[in-house]
Design a binder for this molecule. Structure first.
Ligand code: UD1
Ligand code: CA
Length: 453
Protein backbone atom coordinates (compact mmCIF):
# COMPACT_ATOMS: atom_id res chain seq x y z
CA UNK A 1 0.00 0.00 0.00
CA UNK A 2 1.27 3.46 -0.90
CA UNK A 3 2.43 5.66 1.93
CA UNK A 4 2.11 9.43 2.13
CA UNK A 5 3.77 11.37 4.90
CA UNK A 6 2.57 14.72 6.17
CA UNK A 7 5.15 16.63 8.18
CA UNK A 8 3.82 19.47 10.31
CA UNK A 9 6.35 22.27 10.54
CA UNK A 10 4.29 25.43 10.80
CA UNK A 11 5.09 26.20 14.41
CA UNK A 12 6.58 29.59 15.23
CA UNK A 13 9.09 28.11 17.62
CA UNK A 14 8.98 31.30 19.68
CA UNK A 15 10.59 29.60 22.68
CA UNK A 16 13.76 29.11 20.67
CA UNK A 17 14.11 32.93 20.78
CA UNK A 18 15.71 32.83 17.37
CA UNK A 19 15.59 34.49 13.97
CA UNK A 20 16.08 31.04 12.46
CA UNK A 21 12.92 28.93 12.04
CA UNK A 22 12.89 26.16 14.62
CA UNK A 23 13.05 23.26 12.17
CA UNK A 24 16.29 24.68 10.72
CA UNK A 25 18.15 24.50 14.01
CA UNK A 26 20.58 21.62 13.75
CA UNK A 27 20.88 18.36 15.61
CA UNK A 28 24.09 16.42 14.95
CA UNK A 29 24.83 18.83 12.12
CA UNK A 30 21.54 18.31 10.28
CA UNK A 31 18.47 20.59 10.50
CA UNK A 32 15.68 19.09 12.61
CA UNK A 33 13.46 18.86 9.55
CA UNK A 34 16.31 17.15 7.67
CA UNK A 35 16.22 14.25 10.12
CA UNK A 36 12.49 13.80 9.64
CA UNK A 37 12.86 14.00 5.86
CA UNK A 38 15.61 11.40 5.86
CA UNK A 39 13.48 9.01 7.91
CA UNK A 40 10.51 9.71 5.62
CA UNK A 41 12.53 8.82 2.54
CA UNK A 42 13.85 5.70 4.27
CA UNK A 43 10.24 4.58 4.79
CA UNK A 44 9.77 4.71 1.05
CA UNK A 45 7.02 7.32 1.14
CA UNK A 46 5.54 7.92 -2.30
CA UNK A 47 4.62 11.47 -1.34
CA UNK A 48 5.91 13.76 1.37
CA UNK A 49 4.02 16.96 2.14
CA UNK A 50 5.63 19.52 4.42
CA UNK A 51 3.28 22.06 5.99
CA UNK A 52 5.24 25.20 6.72
CA UNK A 53 4.34 28.54 8.18
CA UNK A 54 6.59 30.94 10.01
CA UNK A 55 9.86 31.56 8.12
CA UNK A 56 8.54 29.40 5.32
CA UNK A 57 10.73 30.75 2.54
CA UNK A 58 13.83 30.17 4.62
CA UNK A 59 12.72 26.61 5.33
CA UNK A 60 12.10 25.81 1.66
CA UNK A 61 15.38 27.40 0.63
CA UNK A 62 17.25 25.18 3.08
CA UNK A 63 16.09 22.08 1.17
CA UNK A 64 16.55 22.91 -2.51
CA UNK A 65 15.49 20.15 -4.84
CA UNK A 66 14.06 18.04 -2.01
CA UNK A 67 11.39 15.78 -3.55
CA UNK A 68 8.55 17.00 -1.35
CA UNK A 69 5.42 19.10 -1.75
CA UNK A 70 5.54 22.32 0.24
CA UNK A 71 2.23 23.61 1.53
CA UNK A 72 1.84 26.86 3.35
CA UNK A 73 -0.43 27.14 6.37
CA UNK A 74 -0.77 30.90 6.55
CA UNK A 75 -2.97 30.90 9.64
CA UNK A 76 -2.06 28.60 12.46
CA UNK A 77 -5.47 27.22 13.35
CA UNK A 78 -4.36 23.94 14.90
CA UNK A 79 -2.90 20.55 14.00
CA UNK A 80 -6.18 19.39 12.43
CA UNK A 81 -6.24 22.46 10.21
CA UNK A 82 -2.58 21.96 9.28
CA UNK A 83 -3.19 18.37 8.17
CA UNK A 84 -6.20 19.49 6.12
CA UNK A 85 -4.00 21.87 4.15
CA UNK A 86 -1.84 18.90 3.14
CA UNK A 87 -4.57 16.38 2.30
CA UNK A 88 -5.41 17.66 -1.21
CA UNK A 89 -1.84 16.68 -2.17
CA UNK A 90 -2.28 13.10 -1.05
CA UNK A 91 -3.93 10.20 -2.90
CA UNK A 92 -7.19 9.21 -1.13
CA UNK A 93 -6.19 5.53 -1.09
CA UNK A 94 -2.79 6.15 0.46
CA UNK A 95 -2.01 5.47 4.08
CA UNK A 96 -1.10 8.78 5.72
CA UNK A 97 1.52 9.04 8.42
CA UNK A 98 1.62 12.34 10.34
CA UNK A 99 5.05 13.42 11.59
CA UNK A 100 6.45 16.63 13.11
CA UNK A 101 9.35 18.73 11.87
CA UNK A 102 10.51 19.32 15.43
CA UNK A 103 10.50 15.66 16.54
CA UNK A 104 13.76 14.62 14.86
CA UNK A 105 14.69 11.24 16.30
CA UNK A 106 11.59 9.24 15.49
CA UNK A 107 12.90 5.89 14.30
CA UNK A 108 12.16 4.11 11.07
CA UNK A 109 11.35 0.77 12.76
CA UNK A 110 8.78 2.40 15.07
CA UNK A 111 7.05 4.03 12.12
CA UNK A 112 7.07 0.87 10.00
CA UNK A 113 5.30 -0.90 12.82
CA UNK A 114 2.76 1.92 13.22
CA UNK A 115 1.96 2.01 9.51
CA UNK A 116 1.52 -1.77 9.44
CA UNK A 117 -0.90 -1.49 12.39
CA UNK A 118 -2.85 1.24 10.62
CA UNK A 119 -3.20 -0.89 7.53
CA UNK A 120 -4.63 -3.78 9.59
CA UNK A 121 -6.95 -1.64 11.72
CA UNK A 122 -8.56 1.77 11.32
CA UNK A 123 -6.34 4.23 13.10
CA UNK A 124 -2.93 3.70 14.72
CA UNK A 125 -1.61 6.07 17.37
CA UNK A 126 1.89 6.28 18.76
CA UNK A 127 1.60 6.73 22.50
CA UNK A 128 4.00 6.62 25.43
CA UNK A 129 3.94 6.57 29.22
CA UNK A 130 5.64 9.50 30.86
CA UNK A 131 6.34 10.09 34.53
CA UNK A 132 5.41 13.71 33.99
CA UNK A 133 2.70 13.82 31.32
CA UNK A 134 1.90 17.51 31.79
CA UNK A 135 1.41 19.51 28.62
CA UNK A 136 0.60 16.47 26.49
CA UNK A 137 -2.69 15.17 25.20
CA UNK A 138 -3.83 12.18 27.32
CA UNK A 139 -5.04 8.84 26.01
CA UNK A 140 -8.44 8.14 27.54
CA UNK A 141 -9.34 4.43 27.56
CA UNK A 142 -12.58 2.64 28.52
CA UNK A 143 -12.97 -0.07 31.17
CA UNK A 144 -11.83 -2.69 28.62
CA UNK A 145 -8.71 -0.67 27.88
CA UNK A 146 -9.88 0.40 24.43
CA UNK A 147 -8.93 3.90 23.31
CA UNK A 148 -11.89 6.25 23.58
CA UNK A 149 -10.40 9.59 22.78
CA UNK A 150 -7.56 12.01 23.32
CA UNK A 151 -8.06 14.94 25.63
CA UNK A 152 -5.70 17.89 25.42
CA UNK A 153 -3.96 19.00 28.60
CA UNK A 154 -5.73 22.36 28.53
CA UNK A 155 -9.15 20.69 28.19
CA UNK A 156 -8.55 17.84 30.63
CA UNK A 157 -10.30 17.28 33.95
CA UNK A 158 -8.30 16.73 37.12
CA UNK A 159 -8.79 12.95 36.78
CA UNK A 160 -7.75 12.96 33.11
CA UNK A 161 -4.60 14.92 33.94
CA UNK A 162 -3.54 12.02 36.14
CA UNK A 163 -3.38 9.72 33.08
CA UNK A 164 0.27 9.04 32.23
CA UNK A 165 -0.25 7.63 28.75
CA UNK A 166 0.27 10.51 26.36
CA UNK A 167 -0.29 11.23 22.71
CA UNK A 168 2.99 11.68 20.82
CA UNK A 169 1.02 13.29 17.98
CA UNK A 170 2.27 10.71 15.50
CA UNK A 171 -0.50 8.66 13.90
CA UNK A 172 -1.37 6.76 10.76
CA UNK A 173 -4.56 6.00 8.87
CA UNK A 174 -6.05 5.97 5.35
CA UNK A 175 -6.18 9.37 3.69
CA UNK A 176 -9.86 9.19 2.73
CA UNK A 177 -10.81 8.28 6.31
CA UNK A 178 -8.62 11.04 7.69
CA UNK A 179 -10.30 13.49 5.36
CA UNK A 180 -13.79 12.42 6.38
CA UNK A 181 -12.94 12.56 10.09
CA UNK A 182 -11.25 15.97 9.88
CA UNK A 183 -14.30 17.41 8.16
CA UNK A 184 -16.21 16.74 11.38
CA UNK A 185 -13.67 18.36 13.71
CA UNK A 186 -14.66 21.69 15.27
CA UNK A 187 -12.64 24.28 17.14
CA UNK A 188 -14.88 24.34 20.18
CA UNK A 189 -12.22 23.85 22.85
CA UNK A 190 -9.94 25.67 25.30
CA UNK A 191 -7.56 26.88 22.59
CA UNK A 192 -10.12 27.53 19.82
CA UNK A 193 -8.06 25.29 17.52
CA UNK A 194 -8.92 22.47 15.15
CA UNK A 195 -7.34 19.55 17.00
CA UNK A 196 -6.07 16.64 14.94
CA UNK A 197 -6.51 14.61 18.10
CA UNK A 198 -10.31 14.98 17.94
CA UNK A 199 -10.40 12.47 15.08
CA UNK A 200 -9.83 9.71 17.64
CA UNK A 201 -13.22 10.08 19.39
CA UNK A 202 -14.87 10.50 15.98
CA UNK A 203 -13.22 7.31 14.71
CA UNK A 204 -14.43 5.39 17.78
CA UNK A 205 -17.96 6.74 17.25
CA UNK A 206 -17.87 5.45 13.67
CA UNK A 207 -16.77 2.01 14.79
CA UNK A 208 -13.18 2.21 13.55
CA UNK A 209 -10.64 0.16 15.49
CA UNK A 210 -8.12 2.43 17.19
CA UNK A 211 -4.85 0.75 18.13
CA UNK A 212 -1.68 2.03 19.73
CA UNK A 213 2.03 1.37 19.50
CA UNK A 214 4.92 2.77 21.48
CA UNK A 215 8.47 3.75 20.61
CA UNK A 216 11.51 1.79 21.82
CA UNK A 217 13.07 4.86 23.31
CA UNK A 218 11.49 8.07 24.60
CA UNK A 219 14.08 10.14 22.69
CA UNK A 220 12.20 9.16 19.55
CA UNK A 221 9.14 11.18 20.50
CA UNK A 222 10.82 14.16 22.13
CA UNK A 223 10.08 17.46 20.48
CA UNK A 224 12.31 20.49 20.49
CA UNK A 225 10.71 23.60 21.91
CA UNK A 226 13.70 25.44 23.35
CA UNK A 227 17.48 25.28 23.16
CA UNK A 228 17.81 23.33 26.38
CA UNK A 229 15.71 20.51 24.89
CA UNK A 230 17.74 20.77 21.69
CA UNK A 231 20.96 20.31 23.67
CA UNK A 232 19.52 17.33 25.55
CA UNK A 233 18.52 15.62 22.31
CA UNK A 234 21.92 16.40 20.82
CA UNK A 235 23.60 14.60 23.71
CA UNK A 236 21.40 11.55 23.52
CA UNK A 237 21.83 11.42 19.77
CA UNK A 238 25.63 11.62 20.20
CA UNK A 239 25.55 8.99 22.93
CA UNK A 240 23.75 6.63 20.58
CA UNK A 241 26.25 7.29 17.78
CA UNK A 242 29.21 6.80 20.10
CA UNK A 243 27.75 3.50 21.22
CA UNK A 244 27.27 2.34 17.64
CA UNK A 245 30.89 3.17 16.89
CA UNK A 246 32.17 1.30 19.92
CA UNK A 247 30.09 -1.73 19.02
CA UNK A 248 31.57 -1.49 15.53
CA UNK A 249 35.04 -1.86 17.07
CA UNK A 250 36.21 1.71 17.63
CA UNK A 251 37.99 2.66 20.86
CA UNK A 252 36.61 5.93 22.16
CA UNK A 253 38.62 7.36 25.04
CA UNK A 254 35.43 9.00 26.28
CA UNK A 255 32.15 8.39 24.45
CA UNK A 256 30.70 11.49 26.12
CA UNK A 257 33.25 13.64 24.33
CA UNK A 258 32.65 12.79 20.69
CA UNK A 259 30.70 14.85 18.17
CA UNK A 260 29.62 13.15 15.02
CA UNK A 261 27.82 15.56 12.73
CA UNK A 262 27.87 13.61 9.51
CA UNK A 263 28.69 10.15 8.30
CA UNK A 264 31.72 8.36 9.68
CA UNK A 265 32.94 5.07 8.19
CA UNK A 266 35.59 3.20 10.09
CA UNK A 267 38.03 0.34 9.58
CA UNK A 268 39.28 -1.99 12.32
CA UNK A 269 40.94 -0.94 15.57
CA UNK A 270 40.47 2.78 15.15
CA UNK A 271 41.22 4.86 18.25
CA UNK A 272 39.68 8.25 18.89
CA UNK A 273 40.77 10.47 21.74
CA UNK A 274 38.54 13.07 23.41
CA UNK A 275 36.79 16.02 21.81
CA UNK A 276 37.05 14.89 18.22
CA UNK A 277 34.50 16.46 15.88
CA UNK A 278 33.60 14.76 12.61
CA UNK A 279 31.60 16.59 9.98
CA UNK A 280 30.38 15.68 6.50
CA UNK A 281 31.63 12.37 5.14
CA UNK A 282 34.70 11.01 6.82
CA UNK A 283 36.35 7.63 6.27
CA UNK A 284 38.96 6.28 8.65
CA UNK A 285 41.08 3.30 7.57
CA UNK A 286 42.29 0.46 9.80
CA UNK A 287 44.27 1.36 12.94
CA UNK A 288 43.86 5.12 12.47
CA UNK A 289 44.57 7.11 15.63
CA UNK A 290 42.87 10.45 16.11
CA UNK A 291 44.34 12.67 18.80
CA UNK A 292 42.41 14.89 21.16
CA UNK A 293 40.63 17.97 19.82
CA UNK A 294 40.78 17.10 16.14
CA UNK A 295 38.23 18.54 13.74
CA UNK A 296 37.84 16.46 10.60
CA UNK A 297 35.45 17.29 7.81
CA UNK A 298 34.87 15.51 4.47
CA UNK A 299 38.11 13.58 4.50
CA UNK A 300 39.53 10.19 3.67
CA UNK A 301 42.10 9.06 6.16
CA UNK A 302 44.10 5.99 5.12
CA UNK A 303 45.15 3.05 7.27
CA UNK A 304 47.71 3.54 10.03
CA UNK A 305 47.48 7.32 9.89
CA UNK A 306 48.18 9.14 13.13
CA UNK A 307 46.52 12.50 13.59
CA UNK A 308 48.11 14.14 16.60
CA UNK A 309 46.09 16.48 18.84
CA UNK A 310 44.60 19.79 17.68
CA UNK A 311 44.54 19.15 13.93
CA UNK A 312 42.01 20.63 11.54
CA UNK A 313 41.54 18.56 8.40
CA UNK A 314 39.05 19.44 5.68
CA UNK A 315 38.45 18.11 2.18
CA UNK A 316 41.63 16.05 2.20
CA UNK A 317 42.80 12.60 1.21
CA UNK A 318 45.47 11.40 3.61
CA UNK A 319 47.38 8.32 2.48
CA UNK A 320 48.39 5.27 4.46
CA UNK A 321 50.79 5.79 7.34
CA UNK A 322 50.86 9.59 7.20
CA UNK A 323 51.25 11.62 10.37
CA UNK A 324 49.68 15.00 10.90
CA UNK A 325 50.18 17.60 13.59
CA UNK A 326 49.95 18.38 16.38
CA UNK A 327 48.39 21.69 15.31
CA UNK A 328 48.31 21.06 11.56
CA UNK A 329 45.75 22.66 9.30
CA UNK A 330 44.95 20.69 6.16
CA UNK A 331 42.66 22.56 3.80
CA UNK A 332 40.51 21.37 0.88
CA UNK A 333 41.95 19.62 -2.16
CA UNK A 334 45.01 18.38 -0.32
CA UNK A 335 46.32 14.91 -1.03
CA UNK A 336 49.09 13.39 1.03
CA UNK A 337 50.66 10.25 -0.39
CA UNK A 338 51.76 7.33 1.75
CA UNK A 339 53.99 8.08 4.70
CA UNK A 340 54.02 11.88 4.39
CA UNK A 341 54.48 13.92 7.56
CA UNK A 342 52.92 17.26 8.20
CA UNK A 343 54.05 18.76 11.48
CA UNK A 344 53.10 21.50 13.87
CA UNK A 345 51.81 24.87 12.73
CA UNK A 346 51.82 23.83 9.09
CA UNK A 347 49.06 24.83 6.70
CA UNK A 348 48.59 22.90 3.46
CA UNK A 349 46.08 24.02 0.85
CA UNK A 350 45.16 22.55 -2.54
CA UNK A 351 48.43 20.68 -2.76
CA UNK A 352 49.78 17.22 -3.33
CA UNK A 353 52.48 16.02 -0.98
CA UNK A 354 54.41 13.03 -2.36
CA UNK A 355 55.34 9.75 -0.68
CA UNK A 356 57.42 10.08 2.44
CA UNK A 357 57.82 13.85 2.13
CA UNK A 358 58.05 15.98 5.27
CA UNK A 359 56.80 19.45 6.06
CA UNK A 360 57.47 19.44 9.72
CA UNK A 361 57.40 22.94 11.16
CA UNK A 362 55.71 26.31 10.65
CA UNK A 363 55.21 26.20 6.87
CA UNK A 364 52.59 27.25 4.35
CA UNK A 365 52.28 25.09 1.25
CA UNK A 366 49.53 26.23 -1.12
CA UNK A 367 48.68 25.42 -4.75
CA UNK A 368 51.70 23.15 -4.92
CA UNK A 369 52.78 19.78 -6.18
CA UNK A 370 55.47 18.33 -3.97
CA UNK A 371 57.30 15.20 -5.12
CA UNK A 372 58.32 12.23 -2.99
CA UNK A 373 61.09 12.19 -0.31
CA UNK A 374 61.09 15.98 -0.16
CA UNK A 375 62.12 17.78 3.00
CA UNK A 376 60.68 21.23 3.51
CA UNK A 377 62.50 23.06 6.29
CA UNK A 378 61.01 25.07 9.13
CA UNK A 379 59.24 28.25 8.15
CA UNK A 380 59.44 27.67 4.39
CA UNK A 381 56.50 29.12 2.50
CA UNK A 382 55.06 29.12 -0.97
CA UNK A 383 54.11 32.66 -2.00
CA UNK A 384 51.20 31.59 -4.18
CA UNK A 385 49.25 34.84 -4.34
CA UNK A 386 50.37 38.00 -6.06
CA UNK A 387 47.42 40.02 -4.80
CA UNK A 388 45.31 39.21 -7.84
CA UNK A 389 45.95 35.63 -8.92
CA UNK A 390 47.07 32.33 -7.46
CA UNK A 391 50.08 30.57 -8.96
CA UNK A 392 51.47 27.05 -8.65
CA UNK A 393 54.69 25.81 -7.17
CA UNK A 394 56.16 22.53 -8.43
CA UNK A 395 58.76 20.72 -6.39
CA UNK A 396 60.42 17.59 -7.80
CA UNK A 397 61.41 14.36 -6.03
CA UNK A 398 64.16 14.27 -3.41
CA UNK A 399 64.33 18.05 -3.05
CA UNK A 400 65.68 19.67 0.12
CA UNK A 401 64.31 23.11 0.87
CA UNK A 402 66.20 25.01 3.53
CA UNK A 403 64.44 26.71 6.41
CA UNK A 404 62.79 30.07 5.91
CA UNK A 405 62.78 29.78 2.12
CA UNK A 406 60.18 31.70 0.15
CA UNK A 407 59.17 30.16 -3.15
CA UNK A 408 57.63 32.91 -5.28
CA UNK A 409 55.12 31.15 -7.55
CA UNK A 410 54.89 30.29 -10.34
CA UNK A 411 58.11 28.43 -9.85
CA UNK A 412 59.57 24.94 -10.39
CA UNK A 413 62.24 23.19 -8.39
CA UNK A 414 63.99 20.33 -10.23
CA UNK A 415 64.48 16.80 -8.81
CA UNK A 416 67.21 16.45 -6.23
CA UNK A 417 67.78 20.21 -5.90
CA UNK A 418 68.91 21.76 -2.63
CA UNK A 419 67.87 25.27 -1.66
CA UNK A 420 69.91 27.05 0.97
CA UNK A 421 68.17 28.33 4.07
CA UNK A 422 66.76 31.84 3.96
CA UNK A 423 66.50 31.98 0.17
CA UNK A 424 63.92 33.90 -1.80
CA UNK A 425 63.42 31.84 -4.94
CA UNK A 426 61.98 33.80 -7.86
CA UNK A 427 63.19 31.73 -10.81
CA UNK A 428 63.07 27.99 -11.61
CA UNK A 429 65.67 25.93 -9.78
CA UNK A 430 67.72 23.35 -11.75
CA UNK A 431 67.80 19.72 -10.62
CA UNK A 432 70.62 18.29 -8.55
CA UNK A 433 72.32 21.60 -7.68
CA UNK A 434 72.54 23.86 -4.64
CA UNK A 435 70.70 27.09 -5.22
CA UNK A 436 70.55 29.91 -2.73
CA UNK A 437 69.84 33.60 -2.65
CA UNK A 438 71.40 35.15 0.34
CA UNK A 439 72.99 38.52 1.05
CA UNK A 440 76.67 38.01 1.92
CA UNK A 441 77.36 38.00 5.64
CA UNK A 442 79.59 40.80 6.90
CA UNK A 443 81.28 41.67 10.11
CA UNK A 444 82.01 45.34 10.84
CA UNK A 445 85.18 45.29 12.81
CA UNK A 446 85.55 47.62 15.77
CA UNK A 447 81.88 48.67 15.69
CA UNK A 448 80.69 49.98 19.05
CA UNK A 449 77.17 49.85 20.46
CA UNK A 450 75.77 53.32 21.17
CA UNK A 451 75.88 54.07 24.88
CA UNK A 452 73.49 56.13 27.03
CA UNK A 453 74.45 59.79 27.43
C1 UD1 B 1 0.06 18.27 20.18
C2 UD1 B 1 -1.12 17.32 20.36
C3 UD1 B 1 -0.99 16.64 21.73
C4 UD1 B 1 0.34 15.91 21.83
C5 UD1 B 1 1.47 16.89 21.53
C6 UD1 B 1 2.78 16.13 21.43
C7 UD1 B 1 -2.97 18.31 19.14
C8 UD1 B 1 -4.20 19.09 19.24
N1 UD1 B 1 -2.35 18.06 20.27
O1 UD1 B 1 -0.08 19.26 21.18
O2 UD1 B 1 -2.04 15.72 21.91
O3 UD1 B 1 0.48 15.38 23.11
O4 UD1 B 1 1.27 17.55 20.28
O5 UD1 B 1 3.83 17.06 21.34
O6 UD1 B 1 -2.58 17.89 18.07
N2 UD1 B 1 1.41 22.80 14.04
C9 UD1 B 1 1.20 23.28 12.79
N3 UD1 B 1 0.13 24.07 12.55
C10 UD1 B 1 -0.74 24.40 13.53
C11 UD1 B 1 -0.53 23.89 14.82
C12 UD1 B 1 0.55 23.09 15.05
O7 UD1 B 1 1.99 23.01 11.88
O8 UD1 B 1 -1.71 25.13 13.24
C13 UD1 B 1 2.57 21.93 14.28
C14 UD1 B 1 3.58 22.60 15.20
O9 UD1 B 1 4.60 23.21 14.44
C15 UD1 B 1 4.14 21.44 16.00
C16 UD1 B 1 3.02 20.42 15.99
O10 UD1 B 1 2.13 20.78 14.96
O11 UD1 B 1 5.24 20.87 15.36
C17 UD1 B 1 2.31 20.33 17.32
O12 UD1 B 1 1.73 21.57 17.59
P1 UD1 B 1 1.63 22.15 19.05
O13 UD1 B 1 0.88 23.39 19.02
O14 UD1 B 1 2.97 22.17 19.66
O15 UD1 B 1 0.74 21.04 19.73
P2 UD1 B 1 0.71 20.64 21.23
O16 UD1 B 1 -0.11 21.61 21.96
O17 UD1 B 1 2.07 20.38 21.74
CA1 CA C 1 4.32 20.67 21.10
Amino acid sequence: MALSIIILAAGEGSRMRSDTPKVLHTLAGTPLLGHVLRTSHALGAGRIVVVYGHGGEQVRAAFPGEPVTWVEQSERLGTGHAVRQALPHVEPRDTVLVLYGDVPLIAEHTLRHLVALADESGLALLTARLEDPSGYGRIVRDAQGRVERIVEDKDASEAQRAITEINTGILALKADRLNALLAAVSNDNAQGEYYLTDIVALAVERGLAVVTASPRSLDEIMGVNNRAQLAELERSCQRARARELMLAGVTLRDPARLDLRGKLSVGRDVEIDVNAVFEGEVTLGDRVKIGANAIIRDARIGSDVIIHPFCHVEGADIGQGCQLGPFARIRPETRCAEGARIGNFVEIKKSTIGRGSKVNHLSYVGDSTVGSRVNIGAGAITCNYDGANKHRTQIGDGVFIGSDTQLIAPVKVGDGATIGAGSTITRDVPPGELTLSRAPQQTVEGWKRPSRK
